[in-house]
Design a protein around this ligand. Sequence first.
Ligand SMILES: NC(=O)c1ccc[n+]([C@@H]2O[C@H](COP(=O)([O-])OP(=O)(O)OC[C@H]3O[C@@H](n4cnc5c(N)ncnc54)[C@H](O)[C@@H]3O)[C@@H](O)[C@H]2O)c1
Length: 332
Amino acid sequence: MGDGNTMRVLVTGGAGYIGSVAATALVERGDEVLVIDSLWRGHRAAAPDGARFERIDIRHRAHVEDAFVRFRPDAVLHFAAATLVPESVREPMLYFETNISGSLNVIQSMLETGTERIVFSSTAAVYGAPERLPIVEADAGRPINPYGESKYAVERMLAATSEAHGLAWAALRYFNVAGATATLGEDHDPETHVIPVALQVARGERRAFGIYGDDFPTPDGTAIRDYVHVVDLVDAHLRALDRLDDALGPINLGTRDGISVRQIVAAVERVTGSPLPVSVESRRSGDPPALVADSSRARDLLDWEPRHSTVDEMVSSAWAWMTRHPRGYDDR
Ligand SMILES: NC(=O)c1ccc[n+]([C@@H]2O[C@H](COP(=O)([O-])OP(=O)(O)OC[C@H]3O[C@@H](n4cnc5c(N)ncnc54)[C@H](O)[C@@H]3O)[C@@H](O)[C@H]2O)c1
């Protein structure tokens, strides 16, 4: 460990949407941070000024190991990944290489340098199409696409390495992440997440907001998902990092209160003050009507409670960021 209670934390993917908010929070609380990111889908400007930055592709073992040897981290927050389900179906090897080989390189480098703690970004995709709601951690293991397979494989790798070598790990399984801070927001290309897409329609950058199915067995007929504000999500990471004396294993991060697509449309209209053009399309194959998490483990193990994850706060913070950054990080 560094001075007092500060830590040296290596953040992979710290130039991405969630990783940049986490790296910034670590710097703000006084930790020493090294961000490694290939900038494939991140932005140099999103990584905090107070952190070191190295442009490294986690698929290259020697580069990753070298960064570990020089920085000697106490802990790792591992966000770097390929993250789009449809792309994973089209290009599975890209997902296995980036997410599985890349994570293997990170874990091997930890073992080489005696780094014992890791918090891994996992996903609801490890559950596939769950049979019951809310989803509990034990329901995992039947992913239905290469993205989910790749993330679940990394969880298994962490569990085995922990067994064999005493690695302390947590796999935080996010459902849907949304919202922005005053300085950091979502700037993906392509953008596929529901809230920024709806806001791009509100800004006139897209013609209409597609609602994929309004005949689901849900109260308003549209699909329900469990959204967490990125600030709440990052708070859970810091809590996990500070409690990683032992293996914590998989932990769901959700609110249990799902939000429907129609509720997002209504929030966008409230926040922007204008009606949102929508077009109702047919359901996408494999899209379950509802996905909501039981987060009792997060409450019990991390003493975590989401505080900012109302639909209005997520939409209004994302809108404020987009209004201040009309061209995103403007580095393309
Ligand atoms: N955003 C969500 O709703 C959500 C939900 C569930 C899980 N997750 C997980 O959270 C993590 C972060 O997601 P995000 O939304 O911030 O994604 P993001 O694409 O904004 O960030 C990922 C970052 O990883 C970097 N990266 C990708 N491949 C790399 C490589 N080979 N080497 C080095 N860097 C590489 C990218 O350049 C980018 O900066 C991912 O692991 C994702 O699977 C996200």
